[in-house]
Write a protein that binds this ligand. Structure first.
Ligand code: ZN
Length: 264
C-alpha cells in the first residue's frame, strides 16, 4: 500500500495536503496494444510509477491512475510511413493483424471525463497545483489534455502541468517509439513479470511494423526503414532491465526539475 495514493488517505489528510502545498498528481493512459510481449497497461503503468516517485520527491499525493486514453484514425501519410497502402482505416496502434484491440475511449468521451475530473480536483477539492502524468503519445490524446490544461489555467487560479514520462530527446540518449526498446526495458525495470520477450520472434527475424504494431521513433517522424521494420537500436529484444531503470531514473529527474521550476 502506497500512502501517496489518494484512495488510501483520510479526509483530514487530503485537507492537510491542500493546505501544505496543494500538489496532486494524476497519472493516465489507455489500455493499449503494445506488441505481443508487453502488457496492455504500459502507458498508464509507466505514468503511475513516475507519479508515485515524483510525489515522493516533491511531497505530493497521487490520484488513482486513470486507465483511459484516446486515439484517432491515422493519416494516409502516416500509414504509408508505417508500411500500409494509405487508404486503410486504422485507429492508433490497432493494426489489422493484432489479436486484441486496444480499449481506446472516443476522443469526446476522454475529453469529457478529463474535464469533469479536473473540475472535481480544482473546483470541488480546491487543489491549486495539478500535475498530469500522461503515458500515451497519441496526437489527439495529447491535444485534448493540452486544450483542457490551457482552458483551466486561463479561467481559474491554478497551475496545471502536462508531462510525459519520457526522456528529453534533445539529450540524444535514446529514441522513444511504440513498444520498442525504451518502453519495454523501462517497464521491465519495475514489472519484469508482466513482460515476455519470447512472444516475439527470435533475432535476427525482422520485426515488421505491420505484423507486430511495434513502431520505432524515426518512423513516426516520417523516416521509416527501407523494409518497414523496427530499427536495430530500438529492437525490444535487446531490452535490459538495468538500463531501463537508469533511463527511468533520469526521466524522473528531468520531470522533477520541470515541476520544481513551474510549481514550487
Ligand atoms: Zn506506450
Amino acid at each position: 500500500m502506497d500512502r501517496r495514493f489518494v484512495q488510501f488517505l483520510m479526509p483530514d489528510e487530503i485537507i492537510k495536503q491542500r493546505e501544505k502545498n496543494s500538489l496532486i498528481y494524476l497519472p493516465l493512459g489507455p489500455l493499449e496494444w503494445h506488441g505481443p510481449h508487453l502488457p496492455l497497461g504500459v502507458d498508464p503503468l509507466r505514468a503511475e510509477i513516475a507519479a508515485l516517485k515524483l510525489a515522493e520527491e516533491t511531497d505530493g499525493i497521487v490520484l488513482p491512475t486513470l486507465f483511459v486514453g484516446t486515439e484517432r484514425e491515422r493519416s494516409p501519410e502516416m500509414l504509408k510511413n508505417i508500411g500500409f497502402k494509405g487508404d486503410e482505416y486504422i485507429v492508433g496502434m490497432d493494426f489489422p493483424e493484432n489479436i486484441l484491440p486496444s480499449l481506446y475511449f472516443k476522443e469526446e468521451v476522454f475529453a469529457f471525463l478529463l474535464r469533469n475530473y479536473l473540475e472535481l480536483i480544482v473546483d470541488v477539492w480546491k487543489f491549486k497545483n495539478i500535475v498530469i502524468i500522461n503515458g500515451h503519445g497519441g496526437e489527439n490524446h495529447k491535444e485534448v489534455i493540452e486544450r483542457l490544461r490551457k482552458e483551466f489555467i486561463a479561467t481559474r487560479n491554478v497551475k496545471i502541468l502536462h508531462l510525459m514520462p519520457m526522456l528529453d530527446f534533445t539529450l540524444g540518449i535514446f529514441h522513444s517509439g511504440h513498444a520498442t526498446k525504451e518502453e519495454t526495458e523501462t517497464l521491465m525495470a519495475y514489472y519484469p513479470e508482466s513482460i515476455d520477450i519470447k512472444k516475439l520472434p527470435e533475432k535476427p527475424s525482422p520485426l515488421y511494423n505491420i505484423k507486430y504494431a511495434i513502431v520505432d521513433d524515426p518512423t513516426f517522424n516520417g523516416k521509416p526503414s527501407t523494409d518497414f521494420t523496427v530499427r536495430e537500436q530500438e529492437d525490444p529484444r535487446d531490452s535490459e532491465r538495468e538500463r531501463g531503470r537508469e533511463i527511468f531514473e533520469k526521466t524522473i529527474k528531468q520531470m522533477k526539475e520541470v515541476i520544481m521550476k513551474e510549481i514550487k
